[in-house]
Design a protein around this ligand. Structure first.
Ligand SMILES: NC(=O)c1ccc[n+]([C@@H]2O[C@H](COP(=O)([O-])OP(=O)(O)OC[C@H]3O[C@@H](n4cnc5c(N)ncnc54)[C@H](O)[C@@H]3O)[C@@H](O)[C@H]2O)c1
Length: 330
């Protein structure tokens, strides 16, 4: 099987490529990534020289550049991770979110249709469902009600993927997962940010009252879910992916402090993020029962191995902080 993996130099995409090359060494993987600030080739050093891995630097919204790849490669599937992914940035710069997440996805869909790609897996987010109160879970039939420019752009891309199935009969799947954590996450995101600040004895900024709840999913479990969807997902279906690990931001930050032996006094409350969703929680029954997927990690084991990874890979963090990971690009 030959696959285009978009956004393979980012957090989840690079974990996915490593997971897939280990499990399917005979498949061919073409990583298509624009290398924005979030793309880091140092995530892929372990597979960069694998004979079945190739990298192409290109923007998914650039149709001519994308067409060169689709026309010459004859791929069987597209696994679409590439996106602008940081909610805070979407509040100040919504335009790039629409360009990459909506127009970029539509460009890929169009080319996948034109070149008769057999499967298109679109990696989306539970944030498209909006926010929950104290109880209840998002299911695949929960109406879309995105609240941030990021989640609105992801919802827009989900609807285009759905439309290409309904209109042209394309074999698509959409996965909607909860918050991922694990190795290679860019240190603007909650868990790596807090680990770094705690290690440096700096204040840990927590939005609002810290009681916003997320369902934390260890990234390797997300990769195995996408693997199941690629191989067994029914055409046109949406699959929620969740770790069944609801934690408030305050609980997450407290665990990090206690694992690192740092005082709670480092916690600092800062004004809440605009439009901050209160609670996300996922019902992942469909992927469990239909595709036989289940997560391997619970929160305790996942957070411990994540903290261990950041402690063991301080060079990786330092290269981001110094800008060395950019390899000369701006
Ligand atoms: N991280 C999470 O917790 C989470 C949760 C749910 C869904 N998702 C979704 O999973 C996917 C991957 O998320 P992530 O956390 O790995 O993101 P990330 O920001 O770490 O990586 C995104 C990658 O996409 C690339 N990219 C950005 N714009 C591009 C463009 N125009 N053309 C080509 N490449 C481009 C970047 O260079 C980067 O390598 C996204 O679609 C995101 O919406 C993430």
């Amino acid at each position: 099987m030959k696959l285009i993996v978009t956004g393979g130099s980012g957090f989840i995409g690079s974990n996915y490529l490593q997971y897939m090359i280990a499990n399917y060494p005979g498949y061919t993987f073409i990583n298509v990534d624009a290398l924005t600030y979030a793309g880091n080739q140092e995530n892929l050093t372990s597979i960069a020289n694998h004979p079945n891995y190739r990298f192409v630097q290109a923007d998914i919204a650039d149709r001519a550049a994308m067409e060169l790849i689709f026309a010459h490669e004859g791929v069987d599937a597209v696994i679409h991770f590439a996106a602008e992914s940081h909610v805070d940035r979407s509040i100040t710069q919504p335009d790039i979110f629409v360009r990459t997440n909506v127009l970029g996805t539509q460009t890929l869909l169009d080319l996948a249709k034109q070149y008769e790609v057999a499967k298109f897996v679109h990696v989306s987010t539970d944030e498209v469902y909006g926010t929950l109160g104290d109880t209840g879970l998002f299911t695949e039939t929960t109406p879309l009600a995105p609240n941030s420019p990021y989640s609105a752009s992801k919802a827009g891309s989900d609807l285009l993927v759905r439309a290409y199935h309904e209109t042209y009969g394309m074999n698509v799947n959409i996965t909607r997962c909860s918050n991922n954590y694990g190795p290679y996450q860019f240190p603007e995101k909650l868990i790596p940010l807090m680990i770094q600040r705690a290690l440096a004895d700096q204040p840990l900024p927590v939005y609002g009252d810290g009681l916003n709840v997320r369902d934390w999913l260890y990234v390797e479990d997300h990769c195995s879910a996408i693997d199941r969807v690629l191989h067994a997902g029914r055409p046109g279906e949406v699959y929620n992916v969740g770790g069944n690990n609801e934690r408030s931001n305050l609980q997450v930050v407290s665990t990090i402090l206690s694992e690192l032996g740092k005082p709670e006094s480092l916690l600092t409350f800062v004004p809440d993020r605009l439009g901050h969703d209160r609670r996300y929680a996922i019902d992942a029954d469909k992927i469990r029962t239909e595709l036989g997927w289940s997560p391997k990690y619970d929160y305790q084991s996942g957070i411990k191995s994540t903290i261990r990874w950041y402690l063991d890979n301080q060079d990786w963090i330092e290269h981001i902080q110094s800008g060395a990971y950019l390899g000369g690009r701006s």
